[in-house]
Design a protein around this ligand. Structure first.
Ligand code: ADP
Ligand code: MG
Length: 692
């Protein structure tokens, strides 16, 4: 077998033809490097083998023996193979159904290991359709057999876990000498890390669970270090690189801005304002995440920042993920700015051509102070004369590229993102390490807490009776479904079909509306307007209502199939009700009897604190749903698991920060291997430090 380099294709390996190469590619394995980094999903501990005379009825056991005879009975699909297998202590029957091709391999005298459930057949022990392994040496040594943890790889069409195992073993022989160590010995000793090569080998083929855990620890650390290096480099780059206009606050400006609001800022808002003002006063670009529950008053704080920029004659743009939200921001801004000289505009996909031209002209000439909008703002012909502040709402819906586009429209604008997804602080710090974080953790006064109840599917009539009592009191309700249309393969109720059913059975004499993401924008708007104005009382919807919509008289959020949602997502949904002076109600209809699922949902009935909910969600489901690493331009994790490896993450973070502080461009030869790996995983980030 010729030697392969790590970057050579697995196609060139013995035993990997074009067909298998295709299967491997669909698993993300193309090169030898990919192959040896394709770690098992889990390991199976196969119990020791048992002598035939010791087999126990109804137990799943393994036997090593010799094939005594085998014959095919019947034909085609109905055929079966009947074989006898013996060892020194006795003999047994084995039957395989529908596997005539095996006959050829079951030659008399072949040594096999079989594993399956033990039954009796005419007084003989027997196994039906057992797993079988053909052994090249007669009998594996007992000791090795008992310790063995066998890797189970994620397989796919055309290739089994076992075949992957064989290919990885062959690949490993060639790859192992080429695997480089990342750290020197003292660094490893101090952190109790195995050498990288050994760790890789043991993550595939550990002898003991302890070895497996140690191997995992080392490789998880490596991944988390890479992740944190990416974050630390970005942060360093942002700090070092970005000149921005300084926009210092004066007492006069502060007073003028605050006059625009019909309320006093809460202490939490004031703290966020202080942090933002501190950033914008400097000639380094602000890069800040503003986090706060729905209704905590982020928009007011964002407008404060906007007015500060405008006071210094800079332009501001605010981008929201949906038209409904952009309009809502815009309307609120209009309200706050009534009677002021600030010139503002709204640009979305449904803005007419003529109005659009006017807006673009005004933005490019500097006549417009603040432009609110959607993705439409990202178009190339949208230009600003003096863009000084970019505000992004609900940033996790925008990709890295889009955010960069937006920033590029200014020379070097200050930058702020707002999110109502309560991201646990530890996680936010680690994933958005390049952003500073302000948290609004207290609600404005007068907001009513939302009462949350968990009900079973069978309680639906009672739930809707409750909805009716609220409607009779002049209030409104959302009913949310996970799907737009029913899907054959999912036993889920869907908005469109349910809309008809609810109309018929529960709300025959109540005006109700239907809203989902696939409706044309104009129609969505009409439905939304009718609901906001109170012409419809119930809004059946998918989670398009999740972000940001304000309906003052909506007090009930009924969530169907609550078990299908993340806690944070439901928390956002219930943030839509219970504003002003009307108490809110959230009803969770759960279509499950899984105690685990119900336990999870009970978190929502016991706390209204978004951060507590997010922490619980993180603990129970992991961060996968909360955050897409790839989407944030960060390396993805294979081995590490953010919901379990929090401590290791913090350690890696400290180490990464120290490394970058000493050597921000990772130029030291000792870091060459890490730098290379970083380039492979997140070239973007290395791009930041490659420039001379
Ligand atoms: P968010 O953007 O965080 O969801 P908003 O800024 O939209 O929150 O504010 C939610 C509601 O609370 C709005 O009606 C707003 O006018 C009101 N509000 C904001 N700040 C205060 C405050 N300090 N005191 C009273 N009401 C406030
Ligand atoms: Mg808002």
């Amino acid at each position: 077998m010729s030697r392969l380099g790590l970057d050579d294709s697995v196609r060139f390996m013995k035993g990997v033809g074009p067909h298998r190469a295709g299967s491997l590619a669909s698993l993300g394995v193309e090169t030898l490097r990919d192959l040896v980094h394709y770690f098992p999903m889990r390991h199976e501990q196969h119990g020791p083998t048992v002598a035939i005379e010791d087999l126990q009825l109804d137990q799943t056991q393994a036997v090593v023996g010799k094939v005594l005879r085998a014959k095919l009975i019947g034909v085609g699909r109905a055929s079966r193979i009947q074989a006898a297998i013996g060892d020194q202590t006795g003999r047994m029957h084995v039957t395989w159904f529908s596997a005539p091709w095996m006959l050829e391999k079951l030659t008399g005298g072949a040594w096999v290991k079989i594993r399956g459930k033990v039954k009796l057949y005419a007084d003989w022990p027997q196994m039906v359709n057992p797993e079988i392994e053909f052994l090249s040496t007669p009998i594996p040594t007992e000791a090795a057999e008992q310790q063995r943890l066998l890797p189970v790889y994620r397989a796919t069409e055309g290739i089994t876990s076992k075949q992957i195992d064989q290919i990885v073993r062959r690949g490993w022989k060639m790859a192992a000498p080429q695997i480089e160590e990342w750290y020197d010995a003292p660094y490893r000793t101090q952190r109790k890390l195995l050498p990288r090569r050994l760790a890789m080998q043991r993550l595939h083929w550990p002898d003991t669970p302890t070895q497996l855990a140690e191997a995992r620890h080392r490789l998880a650390y490596d991944e988390l270090l890479l992740l944190q290096l990416a974050v630390a480099i970005r942060r360093w780059h942002v700090r070092e690189g970005r000149q921005a206009p300084a926009m210092p606050l004066s007492a006069t400006i502060d007073e003028r801005i605050r006059r625009r609001f019909p309320f006093k800022f809460t202490a939490a808002q004031d703290r966020a304002v202080r942090e933002i003002v501190g950033d914008m006063g400097k000639s380094v670009a602000m890069n800040r995440l503003l986090e706060g529950d729905v209704g905590s008053g982020k928009t007011a704080v964002a407008l404060y920042a906007s007015l500060l920029a405008i006071a210094h004659r800079w332009q501001v743009t605010v981008i929201a993920p949906t038209e409904i939200l952009a309009e809502q921001h815009y309307n609120r801004i209009c309200e706050y700015l009534k009677g002021s000289r600030v010139r503002h505009g709204l640009l979305t996909g449904s803005t007419g051509a003529k109005v659009r031209r006017g807006l673009l002209k005004a933005a490019a000439s500097g006549e417009l102070d603040i432009l609110v909008g959607t993705h439409a703002l990202l178009e190339q012909d949208v230009e600003f004369a003096r863009l000084g502040l970019v505000i992004v709402d609900e940033q996790h819906r925008f990709g890295v590229r889009q955010r960069a586009t937006l920033r590029g429209k200014g020379h070097a604008p200050h930058y702020m993102v707002m999110t109502a997804t309560p991201i646990p602080r530890t996680l936010a710090m680690t994933l958005f390490g390049d952003l500073d974080i302000s948290v609004i953790d207290k609600m404005p006064p007068g907001r009513q807490p939302v009462r949350t109840r968990l009900m079973a599917r069978g309680d639906e009539p009672a739930a809707f009776r409750f909805v009716k009592t609220r409607i009779e009191a002049g209030e409104q309700a959302f009913v949310v479904y996970p799907l737009i249309n029913e899907a054959e393969d999912l036993p889920l109720r869907a908005a469109t079909e349910e809309f008809e059913r609810l109309k018929k059975f529960y709300f025959a004499d109540t005006p109700i509306g239907l809203l989902h993401g696939r409706m044309p924008a104009a129609e969505k708007q009409k439905v939304m307007d009718a609901f906001v104005a109170g012409r419809t009382k119930v809004l059946v919807a998918t989670t398009v209502v999740e972000v940001g919509i304000d309906v003052p008289r909506a007090t009930v959020m009924l969530v169907q199939h609550a078990e299908r949602y993340g806690l944070a997502q439901i928390h956002q949904l219930r943030g839509r009700v219970g504003r002003r002076n009307l108490p809110g109600h959230c009803v969770l209809l759960a279509d499950t009897s899984s105690e685990q699922a119900l336990e999870r949902l009970r978190v929502l009935t016991s706390t209204t604190d978004g951060f507590a909910v997010a922490e619980a969600d993180l603990r129970m489901r992991g961060p996968g749903e909360l955050i897409g690493l790839r989407q944030h331009g960060l390396p993805e994790l294979q081995v590490a698991d953010l919901s379990k490896d929090m401590e290791l993450l913090m350690e890696a973070r400290r180490d990464a920060q120290a490394l970058v502080a000493r050597d921000p461009r990772l130029r030291s030869p000792a870091l060459a291997a890490i730098r290379e790996e970083l380039r492979r995983r997140v070239g973007q980030v290395i791009g930041l430090i490659d420039v001379a």
